[in-house]
Design a protein around this ligand. Structure first.
Ligand code: 26V
Length: 832
């Protein structure tokens, strides 16, 4: 409770910080008193009357003040040092919560927890108040957030550029087993406690209109009659780990141009000014779900250009403020295109260099290519972006001219190299069949193209981008993804982090490869027991969450087997379902069967327009209802679908999991990053030889992972010859037959057509993702896994070997590779 001494102490937070240039030196009493003083100043009432939300807000504000000081220092230092800067352009940044992360990175989490506890406040409760910043669909956006963390931790001048969506990815509610989508109103108070709105740095973005070409003397392109939308930046500070560095994530928001008479704007209706304003500002209202349905959506294209144009104008403006000559741009700036969504950065930089900086085409192109680099994140054909050229012409007439010119020049170059080979040239053109191929644009305009895991890059080189690779092999490189161990181990799993530090010291936090020092402890029984205890504690925490939210009791002695990721056919949640159904069938046939108890945990969102994925959610929930309520199996199996999967939920589930399901159809998952998070938290992977699973196996050792299924070559081989015949498997494997028939034969208390789409996909549409083909091998791997689990010592050894070799998957390693090999940063980069 608040004592007199606390409330009369007159520290204001500013004074507190003025005394302590290094946040780690703040004492518990200082923090406690600053919190009390700040609370009174902000809310005009005592702590006794406060809600958790108000307390959270004050704690975050106090933390932000410390961050602000470091932000100023970082800016000053950078102005003096003038290091090369990297700008990471991404349509998604999946940050999750920031408070705990910031406290940990400032080195004050424990001080803060103690200070609050002296006031009778539990830090954990306040941390739970923060809304997740869910500005991403999944892996791509979370990866961007991990890179921001690594850049700041390593002290490099790296910034994110994204959009400040008013609503993040939809909130998922499960009703009657089905997914329902609700707006994710993460900015409940219209403002985000971490952001700095910077209206003075706003920029105009131009849409539509016409381009007049003026040819008297020098050719000039005059863009007229366009619609002008204002981009206002909001900077989110990205706090480095105990190094007083703060980088920024700049998120752009669309606003109406109030400097002009609204009625004079093209398209404006004087009788409906409010509607016009809303129309303009709706540009950054919504994050589009990964869904084929956004294809051809004008608003999505507008978002992409808005992000790119605002970011590039701002980058060039700040560059020119400190450097006289734009020709030095590639020496001082690297711009990274995260997947094709920001690929319009290529023509936009050309536009700025030619129209605003007066450069000729050749020089502008040379600067552009040397500045830009591009990462591909998927080979799924339906996810490769294309935009109708007419749409680009209407919306972005000047950009359209530049893209046409890029296309013409690249085709001409290709013709010189491959005279007469029209098919090859068409397959590589930026514009073909009336569409702009965004990947081709990004490849043409970048000096580096990379995939995100070894196998993914090989597939790009050998098939999807083979023509480009043959033409310019030097452009292609692999950078296997990574995750920040500070969020995913140090912060999310403090007990494990402490256990590790007690055993090998805490150097691993700075140099995650030092986790390898754990490997010799593989015979140390007390360490192995420690590992088991930590897992058990984390499982208890998750079990409590499940009980509180779903009223299901799960056994912490059971295997916690987690499958959490977006719901998609290629990620094969249904293969997991088929295995559970088979296990359940066997248990019902033979109640005395010796089955290791299991808790199957699912989580993930389906794109709202993705019918089959939504039915998969219904299938999982229907199965869960049946199994969880069947007394005859004695609680040996439980199935849970956790609603509204997000970063914060992942932070709870991953440390509590024994098994990590990474069972995509080989060749389809570019990398995966959840696989790395589980590994780092000592879960054992059951997976295919796909994406980064292969590298996980190589590092952890083949004995410490359960691999099954077709290889990527086999899958690609089948695809080349039109697939395989699932009926063969159906006829030859009675377990498969039973499970597949149970989808439609009344086994589930639903209509006969509820799961017809799945049934048809498996049997009548060729089982595109090879579930039936991989079923037997998956079931074998699962039973091997269950047997191994019974030998707890062996199991803990496997967990240990996974943790010990997870350091390489830190995004610090990934980022160092980008910084050294692709962005050619001039600051010292720690070697790996
Ligand atoms: C987009 C779409 C859009 C159309 C409908 C189907 C579909 C399916 C997937 C996607 C996502 C494309 C980009 C993406 O998120 N890739 C993910 O990037 C991660 C970070 O590199 C990587 O770990 C994942 O394997 C990869 O799927």
């Amino acid at each position: 409770m608040l004592t007199k001494q606390h409330s009369t102490n007159n520290h204001c937070s500013g004074q507190l910080l003025a005394h302590n240039t290094k946040s780690e030196n703040i004492t518990v009493p200082e923090f406690r008193d600053a919190f009390v003083a700040k609370f009174g100043a902000v809310h005009g009432k005592t702590l006794g009357e406060a809600t958790d939300r108000e307390k959270f807000h004050v704690l975050a504000t106090l933390t932000r003040e410390i961050v602000s000081q470091n932000l100023i220092k970082t800016h000053q230092q950078r102005a003096t040092d003038d290091p090369k800067q990297v700008y990471y352009l991404s349509i998604e940044f999946l940050l999750g919560r920031l408070l705990e992360n910031n406290l940990v990175n400032l080195g004050i989490r424990d001080i803060c927890a103690e200070a609050l506890s002296q006031l009778g406040i539990e830090l954990g409760v306040l941390l739970g108040v923060e809304e997740d910043a869910g500005l991403g669909n999944g892996g791509l956006g979370r990866l961007a957030a991990c890179y921001l963390d690594s850049m700041a931790a390593m002290g490099l001048a790296g910034h994110g550029c994204g959009l400040r969506y008013r609503y993040g990815l939809f909130e998922q509610k499960i009703m009657g087993g089905y997914q329902h989508e609700y707006p994710d109103n993460w900015l409940k108070d219209r403002a985000y406690v971490w952001e700095y709105r910077r209206p003075d740095e706003k920029l105009p973005i131009r849409f539509g209109g016409t381009v007049r070409v003026q040819t008297n003397g020098k050719t000039r392109f005059i863009h007229e009659n366009y619609e002008r939308i204002i981009a206002v930046p909001y900077d989110v500070p990205i706090v480095g780990y105990k190094n007083e560095i703060v980088n920024t994530l700049r998120l752009w928001s669309a606003e109406v141009d109030v400097s002009r008479h609204i009625c004079s704007a093209p398209g404006a209706d004087c009788n409906n000014v409010i509607g016009y304003k809303h129309g303009i500002e709706s540009l950054t209202d919504l994050l589009y779900p990964d869904d084929s349905q956004y294809e051809g959506k004008l608003l999505r294209l507008k978002q992409q250009y808005f992000l790119v144009s605002a970011s590039l104008q701002s980058i060039v403006r700040s560059f020119l403020l400190h450097h006289g000559n734009v020709s030095e741009l590639p020496d001082k700036i690297a711009i990274h295109i995260n997947d094709t969504h920001p690929a319009l950065a290529v023509p936009e930089l050309m536009r700025i260099l030619i129209d605003d900086c007066d450069l000729g085409w050749e020089e502008a192109w040379d600067i552009t290519v040397r500045t830009m680099s591009y990462t591909n994140h998927t080979i799924l054909p339906e996810a490769l972006e294309k935009w109708p050229i007419d749409m680009i012409k209407r919306l972005l007439p000047r950009i359209h001219m530049i893209i046409c010119e890029i296309n013409e020049r690249t085709c001409r170059e290709l013709w010189e190299r491959y005279p007469g080979d029209w098919n090859r040239i068409r397959s590589m053109a930026v514009i073909s069949d009336g569409q702009v191929h965004m990947a081709h644009l990004a490849i043409a305009g970048s000096h580096s193209v990379n995939g995100v895991a070894e196998i993914h890059t090989e597939i790009l080189k050998k098939s999807v981008m083979n023509n480009f690779y043959t033409y310019a092999p030097g452009k292609f490189t692999n950078v296997t993804n990574g995750i920040t161990h500070r969020r995913w181990l140090l912060t999310a799993n403090p007990l494990l982090a402490n256990l590790i530090s007690d055993a090998i010291g805490s150097n691993w936090v700075e140099y995650p490869c030092e986790l390898a020092q754990l490997a010799p402890l593989v015979k140390d029984n007390s360490f192995l027991e420690g590992l088991a205890n930590v897992k058990r504690y984390n499982k208890l925490k998750l079990a409590q969450y499940i009980k509180a939210n779903y009223n299901v009791i799960v056994d912490v002695n059971s295997i916690f087997d987690s499958h959490i990721k977006r719901i998609h056919a290629y990620k094969r949640q249904c293969l997991n379902v088929m295995h559970i159904m088979d296990l359940y069938n066997r248990l019902r046939d033979n109640p005395n069967l010796d089955v290791q108890p299991r808790t199957f945990i699912f989580g993930g969102k389906a794109a709202p327009g993705y019918y089959k994925a939504k039915k998969t959610i219904k299938l999982i929930n229907t199965l869960a209802d049946k199994i969880n309520n069947d007394k005859s199996i004695n609680d040996r199996l439980k199935v849970l679908f956790l609603e509204n999967y997000n970063v914060s939920q992942a932070e709870l589930i991953i440390p509590a999991s024994d098994v990590s399901e990474q069972i995509s159809t080989a060749s389809r998952e570019a990398s995966g990053t959840g696989n790395m998070k589980f590994m780092m938290n000592g879960a054992v992977t059951i997976g295919t030889l796909d994406g980064a699973n292969i590298e996980i196996r190589n590092f952890a050792g083949a004995d410490n992972i359960f691999i099954f299924g077709l290889s990527a070559e086999e899958v690609l081989g089948y695809y080349r010859y039109g697939g395989y015949n699932p009926w063969d498997v159906y006829h030859n494997d009675s377990r498969v037959r039973t499970v597949i028939e149970q989808l439609v034969n009344g086994f589930f208390p639903v209509g006969p057509d509820e799961f017809r789409t799945h049934y048809d996909a498996f049997l009548h549409h060729g089982d595109e993702y090879f579930l039936l083909k991989d079923f037997a091998s998956y079931v074998d791997a699962q039973s091997h896994l269950a047997d191994t689990y019974q030998d707890q010592r062996r199991w803990q050894q496997m967990c240990l070997m996974n943790i010990a070799h997870s350091g390489w998957f830190s995004s610090d390693r990934t980022f160092s590779q980008y910084a050294a090999d692709i962005w050619e940063m001039d600051q010292p980069i720690p070697l790996w």
